[in-house]
Design a protein around this ligand. Structure first.
Ligand code: CMC
Length: 389
């Protein structure tokens, strides 16, 4: 029509107001509900941050204890739902398993689909927080050909998840506090990031009054792509290829700069951060700590550090304001923890879930919400006469 302003990739268009997360991309600042990410990462836990994001304030100790207890009580999947995994191939990507299973939650929990009933929204919030980690761990176990364990509600949220991934029926599971703390911290760093592609997807689907399981499942599919959450898996693949090829970091960077087909520096660049991603700074600190305390030496961490140093000294990256993002170092840590690379993006999904829920609820609670419906600029032919045949 000529009346619409074209903004491919929504570079300039704000689609919503939100009071959840603040980012200043030029200054490298990230805050959840006004609190600096650095303070949150140093002092909080995954579930406390989830509460903060969803309800707007930090919980009191008793509120947090009750929340924690409630989430633990909902970790069991419906027994029939465990069989859903049997129908999927063992070599399926866990992100596909995750989105399918979350979509299936709306078939097992039909009593909590009414988006206009606050109690139903509340119970589906708890179910999602409790069950997504279990689903992810089962996707992992299935890929290994190992039996699924039942959740162990005597353990903390993170330890329960680690046990479901790394425990077996054969031996008692040993909690490793270094691992638990490190994973909790990484999950916190992923919890929200305002209107990124997956969150915008969750809001768009939710704006049709689709239930929260359907909306979050769509968000998981958006996260899957290598330009978004899939980047953590892609980084490790890239580092492995650099190592295997023996070409060296400088040569690889040259190929990136020459824009060779399909060659990008994965884990670098961000739509919003034009300065260091504050999450990447915190993750890098963790990478050294975790590998050291687990007694692991990994050449891939050395390659990543060299790659960062070479890129940050190169005018191609400086002029385009390309810095490491949150995904650059996470894969190396997840690998040290024992996760296969296909599980990296599911870990991002568990991390991001509280943000998706908080944003969906903010959208759902806002009387000003309208169905999301972008405009287009039509470029096809004008009216044509139907041919005589
Ligand atoms: N390697 C090489 N060049 C890059 C990269 C990169 N990773 N990222 C951007 N560029 C170049 C791009 O080619 C363009 O150059 P030119 O001006 O010569 O055409 C310029 O920088 C601007 O890039 P863009 O594609 O317009 O930037 P965008 O805002 O559309 O894309 C991005 C952002 C994250 C998709 C992109 O930086 C990218 O593909 N990065 C690699 C994938 C990645 O790490 N994604 C994780 C993002 S953080 C976690 C999350 O929230 O998902």
């Amino acid at each position: 029509t000529g009346l619409n302003t074209l903004d491919g990739g929504f570079v300039n268009t704000a689609a919503t107001k939100s009071s959840i997360t603040y980012i200043d991309g030029d200054a490298g600042i990230l805050r959840y509900r006004g609190y600096a990410i650095e303070d949150i990462a140093a002092n909080s836990t995954y579930l406390e941050v989830a509460w903060l994001l969803i309800y707007g304030e930090l919980p009191s100790p008793s509120e947090l204890a009750a929340f924690d207890e409630k989430v633990r009580r909902h970790t069991l999947l419906h027994e029939d739902m465990r069989h859903l995994f049997d129908a999927l191939p063992h070599n399926a990507h866990p992100m596909s398993v995750l989105s399918s299973a979350v979509s299936a939650l709306s078939t097992y929990y039909q009593d909590s689909l009414d988006v206009h009933d606050p109690e139903q929204v509340e119970i589906s919030t708890i179910r999602l927080l409790a069950k997504l980690p279990v689903i992810a761990a089962y996707a992992h176990k299935k890929s290994l050909g190992q039996a699924f364990l039942y959740p162990d509600n005597s353990l903390s949220f993170v330890d329960n998840f680690l046990k479901l991934n790394f425990g077996t029926m054969a031996e008692p599971y040993q909690v490793n506090p270094v691992l638990s703390k490190a994973l909790d911290r990484l999950l916190i760093l992923h919890e929200d990031h305002e209107q990124n592609a997956s969150t915008s997807t969750v809001r768009l689907v939710g704006s049709t009054e689709a239930n929260i399981f359907a909306s979050v499942s769509a968000g998981i599919n958006a996260l899957y792509g290598p330009l978004h959450g899939g980047a953590n898996e892609a980084v490790l693949k890239m580092l492995g290829e650099i190592k295997a090829s023996g070409e060296g970091v400088a040569k690889f960077v040259e190929r990136v700069k020459n824009k060779e087909e399909g060659v990008r520096l994965m884990g670098f660049g961000h739509r919003v951060y034009k300065n260091f991603d504050p999450r990447a700074r915190l993750v890098k600190e963790s990478a050294d700590e975790v590998l050291q305390s687990l007694g692991i030496q990994d050449d891939l961490l050395d390659i990543a550090k060299e790659l960062e140093a070479v890129a940050l000294a190169d005018d191609y990256f400086i002029s385009r304001k390309l810095y490491p993002n949150v995904d650059f170092y996470t894969g190396v840590i997840y690998k040290a923890m024992g996760f296969p690379s296909r599980m990296f993006t599911p870990l991002f999904a568990i991390g991001r879930l509280p943000g998706w829920i908080a944003q969906w609820r903010e959208m759902n609670d806002d009387p000003a919400t309208k169905i999301g419906r972008p405009q287009q600029v039509y470029t096809g032919p004008p009216l044509r006469a139907w041919p005589q045949r």
